[in-house]
Design a protein. Structure first.
Length: 205
């Protein structure tokens, strides 16, 4: 059976209506290049691990684990902080930023900023067309965003904390060398925060 060009175009349009995230600009995947970690001894160390989050694809295991397609809306990283010291560690989930190729800075999004950005479908263009979604889907995904974000708080000795850092989408043409600085760790008794630096690239490894 032959399908006309106009019919194919109609089917593509319907697919975009049903699966808008598949037709929108997605955040590029960032490959880890290098990291800088705490140089203290293993028994008195805070370890920060950063992993880019990629949720493209309906059956993507990360998408199923998190319950939301974060790559459709954000540039996202999963962070794990392990406290191997004998003291409490104060954690600030907002103390992170990334720099693109042009050295433009992107601060980690707060709860409300994350939700506003989600509502705009990951677009900074206020005039962008936003297709309606079922209210139940919106409520569920907004709940997931609140749930997965890295929370501020305290990590006891021997404990750990894991969460997601959400940023505005990194432009695909500006991500050949992306720098991240995470400054959200302070060991009890110290007068300044620890800083951890990481480098990523969207170029093929």
């Amino acid at each position: 059976m032959m399908i006309s060009h106009s019919a194919r175009a109609s089917w593509i349009f319907v697919l975009c209506l049903l699966l808008p995230s598949a037709c929108a600009t997605r955040a590029p995947y960032l490959n880890p290049i290098a990291s800088e970690s705490d140089a203290s001894t293993a028994s008195n160390q805070v370890i920060v691990e950063i992993k880019p989050v990629e949720t493209t694809g309906i059956r993507n295991p990360e998408r199923e684990r998190l319950g939301i397609d974060l790559s459709a809306y954000y540039t996202a990283f999963e962070v794990t902080i392990r406290n191997r010291t004998s003291r409490t560690v104060a954690l600030d989930g907002q103390a992170a930023d990334i720099l693109d190729d042009d050295r433009t800075s992107y601060a980690v999004l707060s709860v409300e900023e994350s939700l506003d950005y989600y509502r705009s479908r990951g677009s900074s263009d206020e005039a962008a067309l936003v297709l309606p979604r079922p209210l139940s889907v919106i409520k569920d995904e907004m709940g997931k965003i609140r749930q997965v974000r890295l929370k501020s708080g305290e990590i006891p000795p021997g404990g750990s904390e894991t969460g997601i850092l959400l940023f505005r989408k990194m432009p695909p043409e500006k991500c050949r060398k992306v720098s991240m600085s995470f400054k959200g760790v302070r060991i009890s008794g110290e007068d300044q925060d620890r800083e951890f630096n990481f480098t990523f690239s969207c170029a093929e490894p």
